[in-house]
Design a protein around this ligand. Structure first.
Ligand code: AQP
Length: 332
């Protein structure tokens, strides 16, 4: 990929399990669509994963598996830069500098921190609190114009913008001020078991989460068991969150609009609808599973991808860091 005049895109996901249908529809599926129009950088943000305890052996395997999952989703390692966050040291360097330009009050307002510290009362570490600053560093290092993410990341993105503007006002125009790129439909895929809650990798109830790596039988079972309501009408509204969620999955994977789906299932029960949703998901993920298996059997190719990715990412990150160090007044 040549670093021409195209604008920059940056996004990432943390290897804290395996990719979910939420990660896919809310973010990764849209990354693929941007790879020709933009210079795209996609990171496996392993440093972010440390906000929860990780078993070193399992963590290593999860990181490699995550890379294979990114590629199996169709991301092209030639067109995009794909790398592990921990391989580019500039992320942590910039995070410290930015943390000195971020206010406690701003971090206190972050809903993800409140939710996660509620969920993990035994391990409310400082990293969990400063997570959005590292995320701002991830984004600003690459002079990113757009950040394709799900709805849950909107607040963090707004903080990244505020930090960038504050920094530029203090030290001169260093960072591009990024914008979020959130899909109109599918920005928040909900748990199949609790459709008022986000589908999440680390949900204790695995039946609520569709993992891209689930077997066909498991996918079918999870979708058949998805919580719905007793109205018996396939309709897209906030009174029927379970059905609305399944319709969102259906619509984003087939590109059929929700009105068409409503028409198609008028007078039919939920059973037929759920069976079709399951079939659509299974069909959509078939090439993913095949590609994933192939990649995991070819580890050398994965090593080449992450090494090259880190080199290319570091080159861009260092350019930004040079400017930052210089403008702050650090001695060269
Ligand atoms: N349910 C979701 N619907 C739409 N988009 C989602 N994303 C996550 N969940 C949904 C988007 O996926 C990208 C990567 O997310 P992440 O790995 O950084 O972590 P997360 O947002 O904390 O996702 P999880 O699955 O809930 O992870 P855990 O359980 O580890 O906290 C982001 O763009 C996110 O918006």
């Amino acid at each position: 990929m040549s670093m021409d005049n195209k604008k920059m895109i940056f996004s990432g996901a943390q290897p804290t399990g395996s990719l979910t249908m939420g990660n896919y529809i809310g973010a990764i599926k849209n990354w693929k669509a941007l790879e020709d129009e933009y210079n795209c950088i996609y990171s496996i943000v392993d440093l972010h994963s440390l906000t929860a305890r990780q078993d070193p052996k399992k963590f290593k395997e999860m990181c490699i598996s995550f890379l294979a999952q990114y590629l199996a989703c169709g991301l092209d390692a030639k067109k995009n830069i794909i790398f592990f966050q921990s391989h580019v040291r500039q992320h942590t360097e910039l995070a410290w500098i930015l943390s000195c330009h971020t206010y406690l009050g701003e971090l206190n307002r972050m809903t993800q921190f409140k939710e996660k510290s509620e969920k993990h009362r035994e391990n409310i570490n400082a990293g969990l609190f400063t997570y959005p600053v590292l995320q701002a560093a991830d984004i600003l290092l690459y002079q990113t114009s757009k950040v394709p993410v799900g709805e849950d990341q909107k607040q963090h993105l707004e903080l990244s913008r505020d930090i960038a503007i504050r920094f530029n006002n203090t030290y001169g125009e260093i960072f591009v001020v990024p914008e979020h790129h959130i899909p109109k439909i599918g920005a928040k895929i909900m748990s199949l078991q609790e459709p008022n809650k986000k589908m999440s990798k680390s949900d204790e109830n695995m039946n609520g989460t569709i993992f891209l790596m689930d077997t066909e039988q498991v996918t079918l079972k999870k979708i058949k068991r998805a919580v719905t309501d007793d109205r018996g009408k396939v309709a897209y509204n906030d009174e029927q969150l379970g059905i609305k969620n399944l319709m969102t999955i259906y619509s984003t994977l087939t590109k059929e609009c929700v009105e068409k789906i409503e028409e198609k299932y008028a007078g039919k029960g939920y059973g037929a609808f759920k069976k079709d949703v399951a079939e659509i998901v299974i069909e959509h993920l078939r090439p993913f599973r095949a590609k994933y298996a192939e990649l995991m059997n070819n580890r050398e190719c994965l090593v080449d991808v992450y090494k090259e990715g880190a080199e290319r990412a570091e080159e861009i990150a260092e350019k930004t860091m040079k400017k930052v160090r210089d403008n702050i007044g650090f001695i060269k």
